[in-house]
Ligand binder design. Structure first.
Ligand code: SAH
Ligand code: SF4
Length: 353
């Protein structure tokens, strides 16, 4: 029989396991608290569970904390982790705002949902490496748990307030595991991260956006638009060949109608796409859509030969959108000194090892 993953189980599922092993029902609550709340990494730490029972549990459940193989610290407080999974695959995870936690009460983790990615966007280091596999529920939740565990050694009060599913992989192509992981992270006895403080970023899997609208877990949605015409978007975000703009924006409209939530449209600008004509095209495309645009100067990835626009071009682009009644934010740069664009650390590491 396939063993269940400890970090993937809800309290009710743990209850079934406990009862199946002849243990008291309340052990499940204790176990859940150790795993999801206290974020422990070993059975030995679960002090209020008798050693014999811990052994029994360990024999029937898989418990695979992630192995921290690399950590980079940026001058701006961003920390980037490379984790090794139990089968040897590696993923990246980024903690933002850590050093600034006293100035702003926000600590955000950027979580991966797949090992690699099949979408293959032109400027993305993760896409360059191709797709390996989906992450399990325990591996998705585990990124947050292991960072919490690690940093509580420095600061026992440490917790995570926000999660963005913007690490490696396309979250909506691992939809079921993603939604289960979100429910665990949101659990009051777990990390208790508010639904509204979690954001899913997608390259535009239109049917899954519609599913998400119906499930409406109250999380935020970011759509990686990047281009306002099918021609350009086909080249930059190949998901567009499957779900072209008309279909994608149709799904976005349905999402906004059903959830009354604003979508964030991510637009990473390169030296080629930060043009006036593109800004006007984008304004026309988004007319009447509930949402706002987040402009990002693309993070240069050497192998992809993509370069950033000038600051002045970015500013003109933003002004043109605003002039058309669109709310615009320009993403703060973080961690550029540590290659914080996801996928870069892993590529570097694999190149060396
Ligand atoms: N697969 C999902 C989520 C992970 S990528 C998605 O594509 O939305 C998270 C975000 O980083 C996306 O908006 C993606 O387009 C962006 N991104 C990837 N590489 C980048 C780079 N080199 N510079 C700027 N943004 C990048
Ligand atoms: Fe995949 Fe997102 Fe990278 Fe595109 S940007 S290749 S969808 S991870």
């Amino acid at each position: 029989m396939k063993r269940l993953e400890l970090r993937a189980l809800a309290e009710e599922e743990l209850t079934e396991v406990a009862i199946g092993l002849g243990l008291k029902r309340f052990r499940a609550g204790q176990l859940f608290q150790w795993v999801q709340g206290k974020a422990v990494q070993t059975w030995d730490e679960m002090k209020n569970i008798p050693a014999q029972e811990r052994l029994q549990l360990a024999e029937s459940l898989n418990f695979h904390p992630l192995e921290r193989v690399r950590e980079q610290r940026s001058q701006d407080g961003t920390r980037k982790y490379l984790f090794r999974l139990h089968d040897g695959e590696t993923i990246e995870c980024v903690l933002m705002d850590y050093e600034r936690r006293h100035a702003r009460d926000r600590r955000t983790v950027c979580v991966s949902t797949q090992v690699g990615c099949a979408v293959g966007c032109a400027f993305c280091a993760t896409g360059l490496g191709g797709f390996r596999r989906n992450l399990s529920v325990g591996e998705i939740v585990g990124q947050v748990l292991d960072i919490v565990c690690h940093l509580r050694r420095e600061d026992p009060e440490f917790n995570i307030t926000n999660v963005v599913f913007m690490g490696m992989g396309e979250p909506l192509l691992n939809y079921d595991n993603l939604l289960q992981a979100i429910a665990l992270l949101n659990h009051p006895k777990g990390q208790n991260i508010g639904m509204r403080r979690m954001t899913i970023s997608t390259s535009g899997v239109a049917p899954k956006i519609r599913d998400l609208a119906r499930a409406n877990p109250q999380v935020g949605l970011a759509v990686s638009l990047h281009a306002a015409s099918d021609e350009l978007r086909d080249a930059l975000v190949p998901m567009n060949r499957r779900y072209p703009l008309k279909e994608l924006l149709g799904a976005c409209r349905e999402y906004s109608e059903l959830t009354s939530r604003r979508i964030t449209f991510e637009v990473a600008l390169t030296e080629d796409t930060a043009t006036r004509a593109h800004a006007e095209e984008l304004a026309a495309l988004l007319k009447g859509q509930l949402g706002h645009v987040n402009l990002i100067p693309v993070n240069p990835v050497a192998e992809a030969g993509i370069k950033r626009p000038l600051k002045s071009e970015l500013k003109t682009f933003a002004e043109l959108l605003e002039g058309n009644g669109i709310t615009v934010t320009v993403r703060e740069e973080r961690g550029t000194d540590i290659d914080a664009a996801c996928g870069q650390l892993r590529r570097q590491w694999e190149g060396e090892s």
